[in-house]
Design a protein around this ligand. Sequence first.
Ligand SMILES: [Zn+2]
Ligand SMILES: [Zn+2]
Length: 253
Amino acid sequence: MKVELLPSSIPVSEKQFLVSFLVNDEVAIDAGAVGLLADLSRQERVRHVFITHEHIDHVATLPILLENVYNPGPDCVELLGLEDVLDFIHRDIFNGRVWPDFFALSTGDDRFVRGTPLTPLEPVVRAGLTVTPIPVAHCVDTLGFLVDDGKAAVAFPSDTGPTDVLWTHLAAAPRLDVVFLEISFPNRHADLAEATGHHCPATFAAEVSKLDRDLRWIVVHRKARYADEIARELAALRLPNVELVKPGVPYVF
Ligand SMILES: [Zn+2]
Ligand SMILES: [Zn+2]
């Protein structure tokens, strides 16, 4: 399975402002940066966009993606997420003011987008990938995703603070190669991390210890102004198998 965290800074750097992972080029997990791919054929290959939650760093360029890849006909991008989240995206972004109502414009044979509500813990299969939505602990209802191609499995917990449901589920998964887990704040902002449903290095380490499996941990979602401080605090913990994500670099699992 090929996984890439798309870059979201100009020029490309390790700073991460937005969230979009591409899986095997056809599936996107979140739409923070996917509409910025300079190679439009890469945008056109994305047929299924799984949305973890409605925060702007996760949906920022969804309107741009749908605009860029529109091709008259019944074939269109599928948007998958919690029913409420699909509704927020429709009412708050595609509302005819912020952006045209691509949902209303998709009633005939010409479709911009098709919404598919997800039910937590009910897997769906898209593009040869089994994708299981798992609730996590953020300040709004948020889904993490476990993506399994039959040979490798990758977990994308999205934005979350400490949780048990996710780790219980991942402990029982038939295979698991890597978790892309977030750290948003340094330890001095542990209170803020707790209040907003995010991790600091200390709570990250506690989560890692909840999962007794041999796998890679790749750290994502460091807020740019704290990125170096988080990296220093994480290094001091000397956790095995933990690395910082490299945006724009394809990982193969
Ligand atoms: Zn969020
Ligand atoms: Zn976020």
